[in-house]
Design a protein around this ligand. Structure first.
Ligand code: GTP
Ligand code: MG
Length: 325
């Protein structure tokens, strides 16, 4: 069994932090118990960070941005942790390596911790584990946390629900404006960055910026913050300072407007709710009897012998039957 030295973890030891994240990602029942115990113990030391989510299509330049920006953040006396969520990695296998190689310099910094995406199949899903990993990084003294996610499946939405600031990266693309942007994502973005705004791309990036600016006018956002469309190039360090100022300004405004803690509280309750759903679902599969009935219902649904709604009611009733009296 993995044994985590909490004092070492709190002192910022990256090996202990790595081990702790491996523990929470483990699906072995005894590891899960140890993980819950660990999270309980470190909880008082969490919360003191800026949590930034970065999303965008593959190749938009997320990792390159984090590599450059991360080093800038370190120069501002922060300790930075980067966690990646890659829902496509189990099949493509490519992006994990990509993340590693494109954050080489950052990963070698003493005040940085870079962790690639966990393999899927972890209980409760990759995104849930990332929430726990955020807490572990905070307990280890990392006060600037970046979650990188490819815009695949639901991962963007899940990341938006666990960060303070959600950054959407877009490629300069004059022709097919707003294409491929999932419904609801623009509303979630606290900033939109048109990336690779350099060299020959600059002109088209400016056009793309204008398109998104007008698209934003018809979306609703929070009361205290104005979502802007910015240009970025990771080839220039000037961009890093501008974005850093933007994030710190957001934090100050959110605190002044009593929105900083409010958002985190809402995210915690949201997390709590989705955990309950996950845990109930897991219960079905750890119980031999329930699992058998569950699979029988799957067959019955396939054979049109029962409706999905009836089957779901039956399973849920079975789970709670012992508690009713
Ligand atoms: N010109 C220019 N190229 C960039 C910039 N940022 C990234 N690139 C290039 O774009 C390519 C993809 O960059 P990544 O940072 O790996 O993109 P990503 O979004 O992390 O990609 P995935 O992790 O695969 O989703 C690389 O070849 C980078 O060198 C930029 O600001 N300007
Ligand atoms: Mg990447």
């Amino acid at each position: 069994m993995v044994d985590i030295d909490i004092e070492k973890l709190k002192s910022g030891d990256r090996r202990s932090l790595s081990k702790a994240i491996t523990l929470i990602e483990s699906s072995r029942p005894q590891d899960q118990l140890a993980a819950q115990d660990l999270l309980k113990k470190i909880l008082p030391y969490t919360g003191k960070s800026f949590r930034l989510g970065v999303t965008g299509t593959p190749g938009v330049g997320k990792s390159t941005f984090i590599e450059t920006f991360g080093q800038h953040v370190i120069s501002k006396n922060h300790k930075i942790a980067v966690l990646a969520i890659d829902p496509s990695s189990p099949t493509s296998g490519g992006s994990i390596l990509g993340d590693k190689t494109r954050m080489d310099k950052l990963a070698n910094e003493v005040n940085a911790f870079v962790r690639p995406s966990p393999t899927s199949g972890t209980l409760g899903g990759v995104a849930q584990k990332t929430r726990e990993a955020i807490l572990l990084c905070e307990a280890a003294g990392f006060d600037f946390i970046i979650i990188e996610t490819v815009g695949v499946g639901q991962s963007e939405f899940e990341v938006a629900r666990m960060v303070d600031f959600f950054l959407l990266m877009i490629l300069p693309n004059g022709g097919d404006e707003l294409q491929g942007i999932k419904k609801g994502i623009l509303e979630l973005a606290d900033s939109i960055v048109i990336n690779k705004a350099d060299g020959e791309n600059l002109k088209i990036a400016t056009q793309t910026q204008a398109q998104y600016q007008s698209a934003l006018q018809i979306t609703t956002h929070s009361s205290f913050w104005n979502t802007e469309v910015l240009l970025n190039s990771s080839l220039q360090t000037k961009s890093s300072e501008e974005l850093y100022k933007l994030f710190m300004n957001f934090q100050n405004l959110a605190i002044q407007n009593q929105q900083w803690n409010k958002k985190r509280q809402a995210q915690n309750i949201d997390w709590y709710n989705s955990l309950i759903k996950d845990l109930i679902f897991n219960k079905i599969h750890v119980s031999k009897k329930l699992n058998k009935h569950f699979n029988e219902f799957v067959e019955s649904i396939n054979n049109s012998n029962i409706t999905p709604i009836e089957a779901a009611h039956k399973i849920v009733e079975e789970i709670f039957s012992g508690l009713e009296k």
